[in-house]
Design a protein around this ligand. Structure first.
Ligand code: 5AD
Length: 502
């Protein structure tokens, strides 16, 4: 059988999509190649959020294509995901060596299309059409992590953490963002279906699940009753997992989008909960699951029910990624974000009241069209006021067919770079202080496996999503451990092995 190498650009949703494609191909008998140099099929799963990400993927494919043309003409090349969706046939016109262009609603067809190409039945395939029900197709997981099963039969151990896609698409129409075009309209999977997938993962040893979507706080809001009627299809985790039909499964009748939980099932749930909080409640019931995370929410979606869920659901960890984008009301309005600086600060305050130790991270765009020095200063002051644990900073990048790309007063690159640099300094300085405050504290970590930088050491994460490196061994994998923090590096903590071994 052929071997495949998938390179992923961009967000965690893309990582998850790639994993699902890899699992689909492995189930068909493909092996996962350790590098592109030895693969029979090379797929690039792309990102369109900034021009830089697109250029990187196109440049990579150009290099691969040049090599393949010269040395291995039978290798199949494909673009998947967001850039494939937004550019379609144009990619093959530009790079004629590419055989497959697969859009964001089509990942589950990858194996069939590759079969056809490899068998010589079809030459080129471009499929970027919308497909009803595609939100429920990202369900296969690689049981043995992301590493290939090698020829020597060595299997990496099953993962401790897993990502579960709960929805696709976005309807926010932020003026800078291409995602509504690349990912389509918001569509949510049913709660029972998601819970069945999570349950199977937990039965395979997963301890922590991250619920994924472009805007998870909008989960189920548009789908009405449909959220509850997606059939609970057996996810393709593995045969022999727990049955989705077990008695603990939430039934369809429990889901009342935007409405109330039936009193008989409430169990302490507040009277009115959003579909997303209903989903959190349902996942929280899974026995053996230790931690729940989610990403990414929209600040607008942080209703009191969600804040209350942090206080009520002990598996929901003290960590929130709240993309603020700007600290200036004027810019927030131009961005079409739907909240003000004050509203954002109010959410942060409520979250910290509910969970004083909660870590808050964010995304910020610098140099949005029309952003003045004063607007930027307001972003700096917001960062200082909130004291984010970390922030992803993006230089504004004009995206085609987005309103912001045509706005007046585009900010010159030099100024965008300079603001990026200044904000980064502020974020790093705050982060340093926040991380150093952990020194001497005992904290619980979930051990994920060997450290990437130094495989002789182990890493885990605190509930507030900070990486802790410590001198452990493989037997700590998957365990919840109390460690004492001895040192803080750049966005990394170091734990005391003496405490670990107690
Ligand atoms: N330019 C720069 N950053 C962007 N993002 C989204 N669109 C753009 C753009 N056009 C950033 C936002 C978002 C993150 C995933 O990417 O901060 O939260």
């Amino acid at each position: 059988m052929p071997s495949v190498f998938i390179k992923t650009y961009g967000c965690q949703m893309n990582e998850r999509d790639s994993e699902a494609v890899a699992a689909q191909l492995v189930a068909k008998g493909y092996t996962l190649a350790p590098s592109e140099a030895v693969a029979d099929v090379i797929l690039l799963n792309t990102c369109s959020v900034r021009d830089f990400a697109e250029k990187k993927a196109v440049g990579k494919m150009q290099n691969i294509a040049a090599d393949v043309r010269k040395n291995r003409p039978d290798v199949v090349l494909g673009f998947l995901g967001c850039m494939a969706q937004s550019r379609g046939q144009e990619l093959i016109d530009k790079l004629p060596d590419v055989d497959l262009v697969l859009g964001t609603q089509k990942f589950h067809h990858a194996a069939d299309y590759l079969d056809e190409i490899l068998a010589g039945r079809r030459d080129k395939i471009v499929d970027v059409a919308a497909e009803q029900g595609s939100e429920a197709t990202i369900r296969e997981h690689l049981l043995y992590g992301k590493v290939a099963k090698n020829g020597d039969g060595h299997k990496p151990p099953p993962p401790v953490t897993a990502f579960v896609s709960i929805m696709q698409g976005c309807n926010q129409r932020c003026t800078f963002c291409i995602v509504p075009d690349t990912r389509g309209e918001e569509r949510s999977r049913g709660i029972a279906d998601i819970v069945a997938e999570c349950r199977q993962l937990v039965s395979r040893g997963v301890k922590e699940i991250t619920l994924l979507g472009q805007i998870v706080t909008s989960y189920g809001k548009r789908d009405g009753v449909a959220v509850g009627v997606t059939p609970a299809v057996e996810p393709g985790v593995t045969p022999g997992g727990s049955t989705p039909g077990s008695s603990k499964r939430l039934e369809i009748s429990h889901i009342v989008p935007g409405g109330k939980m039936p009193p008989s099932t409430a169990g302490g749930t507040p009277a009115a909960t959003s579909p997303f909080v209903q989903l959190l409640d349902a996942v929280h019931e899974i026995e053996g699951l230790e931690r729940i995370r989610f990403t990414a929410p929209h600040p607008k979606g942080y209703g009191d029910d969600l804040i209350e869920a942090y206080a009520r659901l002990h598996k929901l960890v003290e960590s929130a990624h709240l993309p603020v984008q700007s600290g200036s009301d004027r810019v927030l309005k131009l961005m079409h974000r739907g909240y003000t600086r004050e509203r954002f600060l109010g959410i942060v305050k409520k979250l910290r009241r509910a969970k004083p130790d909660i870590s808050i991270t964010t995304d910020i765009i610098v140099g949005f069209p029309g952003e003045t020095e004063d607007d930027f200063e307001q972003t700096l002051s917001l960062a200082r006021e909130v004291e984010f644990d970390n922030a992803y900073i993006f230089k504004y990048s004009p995206r085609r067919d987005t309103p912001a790309a045509g706005m007046p007063d585009q900010v010159p690159l030099k100024i965008r770079e300079e603001r990026n640099h200044r904000l980064l300094e502020t974020i790093n300085e705050i982060g340093k202080r926040k991380y150093e405050a952990f020194i001497g504290r005992r904290t619980q970590i979930l051990v994920e496996g060997p450290s990437k930088k130094n495989p002789a050491r182990m890493t885990g994460r605190t509930r507030c999503n900070k990486i802790v490196v410590f001198e452990g061994s493989d037997r700590h994998r998957g365990q919840l451990l109390d460690v004492k923090i001895t040192r803080a590096g750049s966005f990394t903590l170091y734990g005391d092995p003496a405490i670990v071994n107690l």
